[in-house]
Design a binder for this molecule. Structure first.
Ligand SMILES: C[S@@+](CC[C@H](N)C(=O)[O-])C[C@H]1O[C@@H](n2cnc3c(N)ncnc32)[C@H](O)[C@@H]1O
Length: 236
């Protein structure tokens, strides 16, 4: 549907009618040929921002998927760990990261809402996955990330302001969210995926509530000039 080697409409429909985890297991072999994977051009801007900041030896990528983010971070540190609840996505990550030079790789099957880490990381990242975190779950999601970070470590991600009603993205996002609400009301298990749940003002407020000191800069990606690079610091 998105590319010749990407999923068909029928496959995407099957995925959306499955559970969130089951859906990603189905999509995993073709995930990198969908727009749901974070683009390399965006991640190159993230790397530029990262290397301009404090150095890091250990990194954790939450909801790592097929390892898009880990592939960019692996050359920059001693160890990068990815956590995801989909075995299918983790298998793809293992395959693709084997050919990337850099530090050690760890892949953990687990739930981002109950991260099993107590310190150990200088950097935590999360890309393309806030839509899977319902607003009432945001505090415990951030608590787990805070706990996984060493004092002085940072949580890095990108987000932006909500699109205005004059922008097509506003109507597409709200239309998609409405369809998912209907789907989840009629069918079980739910597929948890909603757009616009973690825009910049919400993100900053939640980070401060969780004890972080957020720093916000323009990401510098020409394709989406409104996107911001957020580095949320855990106090030393
Ligand atoms: C859209 S993909 C993004 C993957 C990757 N971070 C990227 O940017 O390309 C979302 C990923 O989040 C994972 N995920 C969603 N909810 C999760 C949860 N509660 N715990 C762990 N992983 C989760 C899915 O399995 C999927 O791999």
């Amino acid at each position: 549907m998105f590319a010749p080697d990407g999923p068909t409409f029928r496959e995407l429909f099957r995925q959306a009618m499955s559970s969130t985890r089951g859906g990603y297991d189905l999509l995993a072999p073709k995930f990198d040929s969908t727009p749901f994977r974070t683009p390399d051009a965006l991640l190159q801007c993230v790397v530029q921002q990262l290397v301009a900041g404090p150095s890091f030896a250990t990194a954790l990528d939450v909801c790592c998927g097929t390892g898009a983010v880990m592939g960019h971070i692996k050359p920059l540190c001693q160890k990068v760990v990815g956590i995801d609840f989909s075995p299918g996505m983790l298998a793809e990550a293992e395959r693709r990261l084997a050919s990337v030079e850099g530090g050690d790789v760890g892949l953990v099957r687990g739930d981002a809402m109950a991260l099993p880490f107590d310190g150990g990381f200088d950097l935590v990242t999360c890309f393309g996955a806030f839509g899977h975190v319902l607003p009432p779950d945001q505090p415990r999601f951030l608590e787990g990330i805070y706990r996984a970070l060493e004092p002085g470590g940072r949580f890095v991600f990108v987000t932006g302001d909500k699109p205005r009603p004059t922008h097509p993205a506003f109507w597409m996002s709200h239309g998609f969210n409405a369809a998912m609400k209907v789907r989840n009301a009629l069918f079980s298990p739910p597929f948890v995926m909603f757009y616009l749940t973690f825009p910049l003002p919400v993100a900053v407020a939640r980070l401060v509530e969780a004890g972080f000191q957020p720093e916000v800069r323009p990401l510098g990606w020409d394709e989406r000039p409104g996107l911001c690079f957020v580095a949320a610091h855990k106090p030393s």
